[in-house]
Design a protein around this ligand. Structure first.
Ligand SMILES: [Fe+2]
Length: 318
């Protein structure tokens, strides 16, 4: 009874603002899962990728992977949540066996005023290619209502007391979201979340959150960001900051997702099929133009040339 009620709430997008997330079950048919998992696995092997990340440019090369993002059920739910057109960010990517502890995706934005706005609409979208499994990990944990409890508009002293209470008691609000292979989840970037960690594994023991596992037990997730038109400007400023951070701090993997994304102009730097799907579905992909775009492209080229680990990656890519 309880499980049925919970299921009907978490899969009803009308509760998205209150819950901070919603799930769409089975956006990928069961028969397709095996094929997609093999596609992901083969790309990691063929490109000799050693960590958890599949860079944006490699992800975009696979039409099998990119077309799932434009699944009708997903597009419709995002339009209902964010309005039309909704904004999709230009860097969908696939990660494998990546495990993270509790955090919010908006963490780099500190306590920016827009995080407290009623109009806030910025979210992480994810398609999970395995079912929830405590032995190997594969799903996600959330803290109920954390996006509302921390980022509310109460007067500052009351909010402070509220936040203190919340940080002492937040373990009571932890919940494992039961995702099955082929499910889609969209969650508010202010919502606290963590990975479902395989039994007996400590995240602190993992290097950059990566835990190698055999293909049949690997966790594969396709992620991208979406937002409403109102949040797009804040997003663009924040992404610019993160791209500059990639330039300033040495990168361990040799991947620069923000510089890569910002140096892409739409439609010129995207595959034709992807552009077609974006246009058919009336989705907005904001990209830089003119002098700003040239500067970022130059910066990205400079960083690639001067990063040893990336040089290695370029060799592997061939
Ligand atoms: Fe996250």
């Amino acid at each position: 009874m309880y499980n049925k009620m919970l299921e009907s709430i978490v899969t009803n997008h009308r509760f998205y603002r209150i819950l901070g997330f919603t799930i769409v079950r089975q956006v990928i048919e069961k028969e397709e899962i095996h094929d997609l998992r093999s596609e992901v696995h083969n790309i990691f092997i063929d490109k000799k990728l050693t960590g958890s990340d599949m860079p944006v440019k490699i992800f975009l090369m696979s039409s099998k992977l990119t077309k799932i993002i434009f699944n009708k059920k997903i597009v419709n739910i995002l339009k209902e949540i964010f309005g039309e057109p909704y904004v999709m960010l230009g860097y969908p990517q696939c990660v494998r066996n990546n495990f993270g502890s509790w955090h919010v995706d908006s963490g780099s934005e500190a306590m920016a005023p827009y995080l407290f706005s009623k109009k806030y609409g910025f979210a992480k979208c994810g398609i999970f290619l395995q079912s929830n499994n405590s032995k190997h990990g594969g799903s996600i944990r959330i803290r109920w209502f954390s996006h509302l409890l921390v980022y509310n508009r109460l007067p500052l002293p009351i909010r402070y007391i509220f936040q203190k209470l919340y940080s002492w008691l937040n373990f009571l609000l932890n919940h494992t979201v039961k995702l099955n292979a082929g499910d889609f989840i969209v969650f508010d970037s202010r919502l606290e979340h963590a990975s479902e960690i395989p039994d007996g594994v400590k995240i602190s023991d993992l290097e950059y959150g990566y835990l190698p596992q055999p293909h049949e037990h690997s966790k594969y997730v396709i992620y991208w960001d979406s937002c409403n038109v109102w949040s797009e400007k804040d997003f663009s400023i924040n992404i610019m900051k993160r791209a500059l951070m990639e330039y300033l701090s040495p990168n361990v993997n040799g991947f620069f997702p923000y510089l890569d994304s910002l140096s892409r102009s739409f439609p010129a730097d995207f595959p034709a099929d992807f552009v077609n799907d974006v246009n058919i579905n009336n989705i907005c992909i904001p990209t830089l133009k003119g002098e700003k775009l040239i500067k970022i492209k130059n910066l990205y080229t400079y960083v690639l040339k001067n990063n040893d680990s990336h040089k290695e990656f370029i060799c592997n890519e061939k």
